[in-house]
Design a protein around this ligand. Structure first.
Ligand code: KG4
Ligand code: ZN
Length: 338
């Protein structure tokens, strides 16, 4: 007997990407449409929530239609709608949630609210068909830094999280301080290639009462103090050295906690996720840590690291199969916790 193909339409609008995708059985991506607003926010040096919401409203129908067309399907063939309902910018989330509820109501299609971080973790299932829980996952994005034990599909234990800035947020703030602009991560990575990662000794913070927690605000302040010091002493700032030394400090701190967790829990599989996971230096450093500890290393392609709807469709599939359904009272939850 043929296995039923569960086709999910997924919608993501938690920050500055309006995205829709069609995903079959949680692993097969039929379409993945992303409309980025980065160009609109760049001129302000960061995401402006009001602009994000308006741009989502302008684009969402178009993006969904494109995702259905690219997938060669129509709403009548969709088994469920998955939508990010948190965490994220409330006005941005509301656009996706309202749209998903409207389609669900009009076409009588089941609705599944998806946690954005769970989506990032699930991005690893797209290209690694053999990957199954349990595994250890580091989620590093613009809003989040989490070290998570993925115990089963939809079952997570958070080992550590950031106490202040997220890793991506630190990249964005440091990039702004050294005049690179938004979004900081890819720009720092590019400039760092020309710099010396050992040129400046930036601090590697440890959180005393949380062995797996992270803190990046001290590192950010150290970079700002260094820049001020150079300014006052009339010493020229070598942008590439600052970028490379900062990037190395972030990577060292992330690797140290991952290494500790691999040792303590003897995890056989490790995966990274989130926008910062597209950073080549970080990926290589984590791959080496995994090799040292005999753990298999998994990572999504960069397009599935930064915000997209395919990852939301994957997470929605596993939630749907576990019986999760949401009603028309589903609301955006900006500070939703994993
Ligand atoms: O996952 P994401 O697209 O959105 C959130 O859920 O936050 O992550 C965006 C973050 C931004 O802070 C961006 O600067 C960072 O990911 N990022 C990077 C790179 N590409 C994006 N950070 C470091 N290196 C990169 N190549
Ligand atoms: Zn994200």
């Amino acid at each position: 007997m043929a296995v039923k193909r569960i086709k999910i339409l997924a919608i993501e609008s938690s920050c500055d990407e309006t995205a829709a995708a069609v995903v079959v059985n949680g692993r097969e991506i039929l379409s993945n449409v992303i409309s980025s607003q980065i160009a609109f926010h760049t001129q302000y040096g960061g995401v402006v929530p009001e602009i994000a919401s308006r741009k989502h409203i302008e684009k969402i129908n178009q993006v969904i239609e494109q995702a259905l067309t690219d997938a060669g399907t129509k709403l009548g063939e969709i088994d469920a709608i998955g939508v990010t309902y948190g965490p994220g910018l409330v006005g941005a989330l509301l656009v996706g949630v309202a749209e998903a509820k409207a389609i669900s109501f009009a076409k009588n299609i089941p609705l599944v609210g998806v946690h954005h971080i769970e989506g990032h973790i699930c991005a690893n299932y797209i290209e690694n068909k053999e990957l199954e829980p349990p595994f250890l996952c580091l989620v590093v994005s613009g809003g989040h830094t989490h070290l998570v034990k993925v115990l089963d599909y939809g079952v997570y234990e958070v080992l550590g999280r950031t106490r202040d800035d997220a890793a991506g947020e630190a990249f964005d703030k440091v990039a702004r301080a050294i005049g690179l602009g938004y979004p900081g991560g890819p720009k720092i990575e590019k400039v760092a290639k020309e710099g010396n990662p050992y040129a400046i000794a930036f601090p590697r913070a440890k959180v005393a009462d949380g062995p797996y927690d992270f803190s990046f605000s001290g590192l950010k302040s150290a970079v700002l103090n260094y820049l001020n010091g150079c300014n006052m002493k009339g010493i020229p700032v070598v942008q590439a050295d600052v970028a490379a030394s900062f990037q190395k400090a972030v990577s060292d701190v992330l690797c140290a906690n991952v290494e500790k967790a691999l040792e303590e829990f003897g995890a056989e599989k490790f995966a990274i996720a989130g926008g910062v996971a597209s950073n080549g230096t970080l990926r290589e450093a984590l791959r080496e840590v995994c090799e040292k500890h005999g753990a298999a290393f998994y990572s999504p392609s960069p397009i599935f690291c930064t915000d997209n709807a395919a990852m939301i469709g994957v997470a929605a599939y596993y939630d749907f199969m576990a019986g999760k359904r949401d009603g028309l009272d589903l609301n955006a939850v900006p500070n939703l916790r994993l």
